[in-house]
Design a protein around this ligand. Structure first.
Ligand SMILES: Nc1ncnc2c1ncn2[C@@H]1O[C@H](COP(=O)(O)OP(=O)(O)OP(=O)(O)O)[C@@H](O)[C@H]1O
Ligand SMILES: [Mg+2]
Length: 244
């Protein structure tokens, strides 16, 4: 049995007018110490799958296990504890609290776990420095760029050293150099701290740091990186910097 994340035969269909088969029988395992990059076109089910892995959304069928425990069978309080302690989530649209400094936006994660405020703020600072925001510690979100805000959200996901990190397009607002830095940071955290990390991305750079890559397409998972993404990536970045 795995100590990491195990998704087994996950199905999630949305029923509105017509049925959207958002996730259609996906099995995926991520061991502690492993970074897996998940590619896929818009609407292919990536956020849905991530939400299911973090127990923010229940699958219609299939099981999620983490560290050998059946997440899909968790009670509400077990689920809350899993999300607070085990999971570091970076959402696609990261939400920062408007009136709070970068420090306090990250400290929130520790306060939720009853860490006293002064200690929480103290622990936050090295994480903001790690994501390159040592000069922005007391800025509120209105004074941060999109990419800086995204890095605050990344620090918030990592600050309590969760065993599982679920990151939904964590480099979407970053330039190429910052993207590479943040992906390298995630890989380092995975490898050095035995964290299981799933990164949803359109970023060709992610394949270079990932231990494995998968592509989700119409709710189904395949191995590897989509060729068209590497050939014609969004933005200007290409893998390895080669321009035809
Ligand atoms: N709450 C919902 N109700 C109905 N349909 C939904 C809901 N959430 C997502 N969907 C649909 O499910 C499919 C997968 O959505 P999802 O957000 O998982 O895609 P994604 O791969 O994350 O896309 P993107 O790259 O644009 O973020 C899409 O067709 C979407 O329209
Ligand atoms: Mg998405």
């Amino acid at each position: 049995m795995s100590d990491g994340l195990e998704l087994r035969e996950i199905v999630k269909h949305y029923r509105g007018g017509e049925v959207v088969r958002a996730v259609d029988g996906v099995s995926l395992g991520i061991e502690p110490g492993e970074l897996v990059a998940l590619y896929g076109p818009s609407g292919s089910g990536k956020t849905t799958l991530l939400s299911i892995a973090g127990a923010f959304l229940a699958p219609d069928a299939g099981t999620v296990r983490f560290a050998g425990r059946d997440v899909t069978a968790f009670s509400a309080s077990e689920r809350a504890l899993y999300q607070r302690r085990d999971v570091g989530l970076v959402q696609q649209s990261y939400h920062l609290s408007a009136g709070s400094t970068a420090i306090d936006n990250v400290a929130v994660k520790l306060l939720a776990d009853r860490v006293p405020l002064a200690e929480a703020r103290h622990r936050v600072i090295p994480w903001l420095e790690r994501v390159g925001l040592g000069e922005r510690l007391r800025y509120t979100p209105d004074r941060l760029s999109g990419g800086e805000g995204q890095r605050v959200a990344l620090a918030r996901a990592l600050v309590n050293e969760p065993r599982l990190v679920l990151a939904d397009e964590p480099t979407a607002h970053l330039d190429r150099r910052r993207s590479r830095d943040m992906l390298a940071l995630l890989a380092k955290i995975a490898h050095e701290r035995s964290v299981a990390i799933l990164v949803v991305t359109h970023d060709p750079e992610a394949a270079a740091v990932a231990d494995r890559t998968h592509t989700l397409s119409d709710g189904r998972l395949t191995s590897g990186v989509p060729r068209d993404l590497l050939a014609v990536p969004e933005g200007a970045a290409t893998l390895g910097g080669a321009q035809p």
